[in-house]
Design a protein around this ligand. Structure first.
Ligand code: NAD
Length: 445
């Protein structure tokens, strides 16, 4: 099949590459000329395990190509997948300008009927708006051409995006059109062999499913963080409680790890957008609003602990904090809404310096904070500790799980760790003479 994908970010590039890998002929379009130039030169602008190999292979075989031309993108295929960003606007609602701009471009250039597939995460009712935009632009052209608009939300996880796309738990297709349904079944047939993963539903149900899924996962994280905060005050150990509740199959172990809050490009913005959508229809989604509030306060936990340990925020002036982990989660370089940013910005405000290491997000952090005088990026985890007054951990990268504590003690000025991901055993660290703060467990000194 011939397929066009608009947007070459985490979702668009993975979608385009994986569709090309099973034999479809894919043209990826982006308005970011630099990104497209890099992709054409064989350079992958994001870190996503396995992606570079697939892009190189499919581009080499001629199944995957890149363009900045709307006209070429629209002419390439009858199936047009929209995977552009939907960042929050000032009010917290999803900004639909990029999605609607693509709809306008498709209607401007189309010379044959199209199926427009909305893969971006969009509020309920957006596919209707896309259809309105297509119809109004076609009307100004006096064009009688027809189209279908399909909701097809994406559930891939950054850091495992390729594997998730290739082996999806489910493929949700929201459409009332039998023709579009047949074409979508054909598109995904290569990913649907083992068992039927297709779930067909009404467009609005499909749009809401994506928000409901992310809000549910965010709820689990804020829930366990709330219990962790309680555990600390009640003298309980959240890791024991986590195992105690996770063993119940109705609860399960997924997404109940206590930490410094969720980040990334999806949960914060989607939770916010859902509360906005609720308010627009006259409903106050109290639970979902609380999920966001708990998360915002959880992101300040590490700083609060650091400040309290040193005797107040004022005492942090001139201190250096080593930071392990910048990305919002392991295996990605994505820094959007990362808890590390809240911590670093609070430390700088208090006059402290940050010496940071992250296995892949260093470049992106330099792009964001390269001008910040209190920021120093280090090339390995141990050199980040040199002469620092304490270590803080924001991301649970594998390589942080079993470090050489003797080496760490030699480099830090004091044996102090603020662990936002509960990577270590408090007993072991206490026995080795460390002061160790974690989440939902009593600090050891
Ligand atoms: P991103 O910011 O990484 O990429 C978006 C891309 O769209 C950018 O390269 C941008 O230049 C391009 N773009 C903007 N306007 C365009 C236009 N008019 N024509 C062509 N390209 C245009 O975003 P992302 O993380 O890939 O997310 C895309 C969508 O998928 C969002 O709605 C997001 O919520 C959703 N989503 C993201 C994830 C994730 O893990 N990142 C997972 C599921 C769903």
């Amino acid at each position: 099949m011939r397929v066009t994908v608009f947007g070459t970010g985490y979702v668009g590039l993975v979608t385009g590459a994986c569709l090309a890998d099973v034999g479809h002929h894919v043209l990826c379009m982006d308005i970011d000329e630099e990104k497209i130039a890099r992709l054409k030169a064989g350079e992958i602008p994001i870190h996503e395990p396995g992606l570079d190999e697939i892009v190189r292979r499919t581009a080499g075989s001629g199944h995957l190509a890149f363009t900045t031309s709307h006209a070429d993108a629209v002419a390439h295929a009858d199936l047009q997948i929209v995977a552009v960003g939907t960042p929050p606007d000032e009010s917290g609602a999803a900004d639909l300008q990029y999605v609607l701009a693509v709809a306008g471009a498709i209607a401007t250039h189309m010379q044959s009927p199209k199926i427009v597939v909305v893969k971006s995460t969009v509020p309920v009712g957006t596919c209707d708006k896309v259809a309105e935009r297509l119809a109004s632009v076609l009307a100004t052209r006096g064009s009688p051409l027809g189209f279908d608009v399909v909701s097809n939300p994406e559930f891939l996880k950054e850091g495992a995006a390729v594997a998730d796309f290739q082996r999806p738990d489910r493929i949700i297709v929201g459409t009332g059109s039998p023709h579009a349904r047949t074409v979508m079944a054909e598109l995904y047939e290569p990913f649907n062999r083992n068992h039927d993963r297709m779930l067909y539903m009404a467009t609005r149900s499909s749009e809401l499913t994506k928000y409901a899924a992310n809000a549910m996962l965010a709820t689990r994280i804020s829930f366990i963080n709330e219990i962790a905060n309680l555990a600390e005050r009640l003298g309980a150990d959240i890791e024991q409680v986590r195992r105690g509740i996770g063993s119940d199959p109705r609860i399960g172990y997924h997404f109940i790890y206590p930490g410094v809050g969720y980040g990334g490009s999806c949960f914060p913005k989607d939770v916010q957008a859902l509360t906005r959508t609720a308010r627009e229809v006259g409903y106050r989604a109290g639970l979902i609003e609380a999920v966001e509030a708990v998360n915002n306060s959880q992101k300040t936990r590490l700083f609060d602990n650091i400040a309290a340990h040193f005797g107040g925020a004022d005492a942090l002036r001139g201190k250096t904090i080593a930071l392990w982990g910048l990305a919002f989660k392991p295996n990605t370089d994505d820094m959007r809404e990362a808890p590390s940013r809240v911590l670093m910005e609070a430390l700088w405000k208090a006059g402290a310096k940050v010496r940071a290491f992250d296995p892949v997000a260093g470049g992106e952090t330099l792009r964001l904070y390269g001008e910040e005088p209190g920021f120093e990026l280090m090339q390995d985890k141990y050199s980040a500790l040199d002469n620092a007054d304490a270590l803080a951990i924001c991301t649970e990268w594998q390589q942080f799980r079993a470090p050489d504590f003797d080496e760490m003690a030699l480099r830090l000025t004091q044996r102090v760790i603020f662990d936002g991901r509960n990577l270590y055993s408090p007993e072991r660290l206490r026995d080795d003479g460390w002061t160790y703060y974690s989440i939902g467990r009593a600090p050891v000194r």
